[in-house]
Design a protein. Sequence first.
Length: 163
Amino acid sequence: MRLSRPLNDANFKALIKKDFDQVFLLTSPIPYPFHFAVHAWFVTQSKGQVNRYEFGKFKGSPHPQNIGLLKNFFEPITGMNKYWWQPKYRHPSKLIGAIEGSTASEASRVIHFLENQSESYPYKEHYHYLGPNSNTYIAWVLHHFPAVGLKLPAAAVGRGFGF
């Protein structure tokens, strides 16, 4: 499942199927002047509950040095700042792929992993532009679920760190 256009609230809500567990992989360009690279995150939906999971270094983060794992720090489809000095303007987010299924599916297992195993992410206290970074976290999760077929794009700098 991919969208050729940027996500907005209406087309994201149209993707939600409350009878299934769903995992969406999204990206957004990072702030200028490095906007050729992307930041990735997961959005999950289970029984109507939507959550966003990501790792990063964000101003205002509750973690030391603003580095850490975050759940629902941003709205599900909110993209990254266009400019690091101006949070008002944001890049659009893009759906890279999605999986869905019943409560015994791979989607359900990924959601359970995100909820219960994220704290075991080995680089949760480290952040560097080339890795480990937000994309390293996403790649780490996907490494545990190779059968789901979700892949990070080449612009996801840090996706290969440690793998």
